[in-house]
Design a protein around this ligand. Sequence first.
Ligand code: GLN
Length: 543
Amino acid sequence: MKTKFLFVTGGVLSSLGKGLAAASIGALLKSRGLKVTIQKLDPYINVDPGTMNPFQHGEVFVTDDGAETDLDLGHYERYVGVPMAQYNNYTSGSIYHTVITKERRGDYLGGTVQVIPHVTDEIKKAIRGVARHDEDVAIIEIGGTVGDIEGLPFLEAIRQLRSDLGKENVCYIHLTLVPYMRAAGELKTKPTQHSVKELRSIGIQPDLILCRSEVELSDELKGKIALFCNVEQDAVFSAVDLDNIYELPLAFYNEGLDQKIAIMLRLPAKNPSLAPWQHLVQTQSNPQGRVKIGIVGKYVDLKEAYKSLHEALIHGGVSNMVSVELVYVSAEELSTENASAMLQGLDGILVPGGFGYRGVEGKIVASGYARTHGIPFFGICLGMQCAVVEFARNVLGLPEANSSEFVPDTPDPIIYLMTEWYDFRTQSMQTRDETSEKGGTMRLGSYPCQLKEGTKAREAYGESRVEERHRHRYEFNTDYSRICQEAGMVLSGTSPDETLVEIVEITDHPWFVGCQFHPEFKSRPMQPHPLFREFIRAAKDNS
Ligand code: GLN
């Protein structure tokens, strides 16, 4: 079967949950036995979100191949269960970068390089290229909102693709908002009509309209939207606000959305097997307890910056049949004096990844508090580095120990910058070039980690070698390995050649684990990450 392309656009306003909608459709099609991939096209000029402020843009999601991508790719992995790669995310910046590089190289043979056809051709190539493993369906989400100037080349490209690929192989889904006017007590369809009109003015007639709203749309209202937007009545669907995002595939199924897509694209109409999703939602709505996890971070007021982390904790809760209450603790306000007041009542403490010195001393206080009070602790990336620095200062008796990221001339750089290491992925030596642009100097993507027998990490994973994703520059300084181990810190995970420390644990503690990688990127609702599962289990035992 030729790959079928499903394009998802959004109208009226942003934050309607286009990424979750695309991911949920992917989950439904996958549960029908189809091979699915998803791609996100982002209209901004940044070449990738690697250098974007997580306050503004949310989390940077890292793939196995080391691409720094949009957080929607995290939803795709969690819902569809296929690992994403660089080719699953393009931005206007990356497309233009390719076009301009070609132009400089003389590839266009002196021709005038234009948005149409050169930029649009490059976009079409990127879209076709995502279905490189004979996928049955490729879902392409266009970021932004229809009507934005910067999104136009993407919309033009997907318009052209209908004739390039054949009508029967393409379906356009438009997600809009149907606001509820409390004063009038009714749902309003006008913004949807305008948004579809805008889309049609650039030559795209949506096949399906997905209406985000507070309440379900009546048949009458669906009929009205169908009439004004020139679609069949059974092509208008409600996408009602939900408390639990994992209910969305089931809600779409109940609306008949996947059925309609299957008919439109003539997909083999196997019935979806949704038992795992039903089981997931059921477990979530009948928790047998609750654990309170403190997240000590910098972006405490912006949960989007910790999207995958948030989800991984929920997954850990599911596998332990408990709900997880997240308490965001501002690292900048935390000090030895107020630690017991600020951290009191927490069943577990988590220090997530981060960049920059702001809040680091507070994170160090948090890890020390967890260590000395026997509270389950999970340090991720910077969180692990803080735990190591705390251990050096207060257990090894090195009061000035630090990461050389924060104090470059510290006498005890227990966390430091490696300039050379062996990369087991490419099987070659890697050197860190500090003169290259930010982003290019990081250890990014999946690396192998071997686990030491008899440790909590080894027990959690149940295997001796794993692969985890990284995004950092600094590393544990192995000059301190021996004294750390003598004082009760086990290096439970290392690179196969033992030059890079990937996981540390404290032996004399219920559960104290720090890892240099980001396990949250690989956690999925149906397969919670082992470290999150065990962290929540320890927190539950402590509650
Ligand atoms: N800033 C630290 C480093 O670069 C940690 C990065 C992170 O937590 N992702 O090594």
